[in-house]
Design a binder for this molecule. Structure first.
Ligand code: PEP
Length: 253
């Protein structure tokens, strides 16, 4: 049975004190209100990983993610953070291929493949993001576009490596815009992604992979999205910055 996951991507938000308050609030609400079959992940900015991780370690439901990772192991790469560094402060998951990294930092498919390899080699589980811009959807090329993103970065992994991967479908037109994919649009893309994965890897691995939806997910629309058979949870941006909203999303399963 595949995992149900809700992951909060805090992006470049919060000071140190605010980050600790947010994670303590989430931690308390999750302990009191959430039953044990949801994996809750928080992805704070790099400088707060260790301190946030100390708080999440005491709660079996909560896990720590980084928002980015270097494809290099070590050396003269100013400003980069390696997989072994992330591992050494307790990072369990990492977001790879977010559309903001692809767009603003020009991360291409080959770079993303190297990042996937670097994370997996250190035992860090990648959350691999894919999703089409509005022009591709309007031109009815969204399946082809997402299929290529999956193929170009994931298909070179072995079955064992792929077992570590969670996929997040995040249509770019829905990220931070308040415009959500309908539950039908999400389901049909998630089913397509699973089908593509079953062609690249063994069918059981594809069946067991969690596929998260991301893009203006909030407490009002999460329940309908999560009720879809191929939607296994969410990658949440804006609504993960408020403990009440984030917890309500987690409770939407
Ligand atoms: C994201 O950036 O991963 C995201 C889903 O953002 P939002 O929820 O704010 O649309």
């Amino acid at each position: 049975m595949r995992k149900r996951i809700v992951a909060g991507n805090w992006k470049m938000n919060k000071t140190y004190e605010e980050a600790l308050s947010l994670v303590s609030e989430i931690d308390n609400m999750v302990r009191d209100e959430v039953n044990g079959d949801v994996t809750v992940i928080v992805a704070p900015p790099f400088p707060f990983l260790q301190s946030v991780g100390k708080l999440t370690q005491g709660n079996d439901l909560m896990h720590l993610a980084a928002q980015n990772i270097s494809e290099h192991d070590s050396g003269a790469f100013t400003g980069e953070v390696s997989a072994s560094m992330l591992k050494s402060v307790g990072t369990e998951y990492v977001i790879i291929g977010h559309s903001e990294r692809r767009m603003y930092h020009h991360e291409d498919a080959q770079t993303l493949y190297k990042k996937l390899k670097a994370a997996i080699a250190q035992g860090i589980k990648p959350i691999f993001c894919c999703g089409e811009p509005l022009e591709e959807r309007d031109a009815d090329r969204h399946f082809e576009y997402v299929g290529k993103q999956l193929h170009d970065s994931l298909s070179y992994l072995s079955n064992e490596e792929f077992d570590q991967v969670t996929v997040a479908y995040e249509p770019i037109w829905a990220i931070g815009t308040g415009r959500t994919a309908s539950s039908q649009q999400a389901q049909e893309m998630h089913a397509y992604i699973r089908e593509q994965l079953s062609r690249m890897f063994d069918a059981e691995a594809a069946h067991n992979t969690s596929i998260l939806y991301g893009g203006s997910c909030n407490p009002s629309n999460a329940q309908e999205l999560f009720a879809q058979p191929d939607v296994d949870g969410g990658l949440i941006g804006g609504a993960s910055l408020k403990s009440r909203d984030f917890t309500d999303i987690i409770k939407s399963f």
